[in-house]
Design a protein around this ligand. Structure first.
Ligand SMILES: [Zn+2]
Length: 122
């Protein structure tokens, strides 16, 4: 009676299915890859270059768009009131206000995606 069953030692590791590790190479994609992508469906793994996306991130995407619109409106009003006489300074202030307000939002979204959602290749 010859046994042909595969041993557990030779079985491949199951692919990681969390929000931190690339499904292709199992490396931690980190926060910067999510931040740099801007959207949770345009992420590239910094280790293997595979394009990955978060499953079930549609609700968060809608929230991000609403927040972006609100932050842009507030940044516009703020820059227009502070630099009402100089269009160049107003544009620079708008960009600075928008960036300063958006960085913590994007970082919070990246941390939430890593904790709550799962990555898949795509
Ligand atoms: Zn990878």
């Amino acid at each position: 009676m010859a046994s042909r069953g595969a041993s557990d030692d030779s079985a491949p590791e199951p692919e990681p299915r969390d929000g931190r590790h690339c499904p292709a190479c199992a490396g931690d994609i980190g926060v910067w890859a999510i931040f740099r992508a801007g959207l949770p469906n345009m992420i590239r793994c910094p280790h293997c270059g595979e394009r990955v996306r978060y499953e079930g991130a549609g609700g968060l995407l809608v929230v991000l768009f609403v927040l972006l619109a609100a932050v842009a409106y507030i940044a516009y009003k703020l820059s227009a009131s502070v630099f009402s006489r100089s269009p160049l300074l107003r544009i620079l202030a708008f960009a600075a206000f928008l960036f300063a307000a958006w960085v913590p939002i994007e970082l919070a979204a990246a941390h939430r995606l890593r904790r709550r959602c799962r990555l898949r290749i795509g």
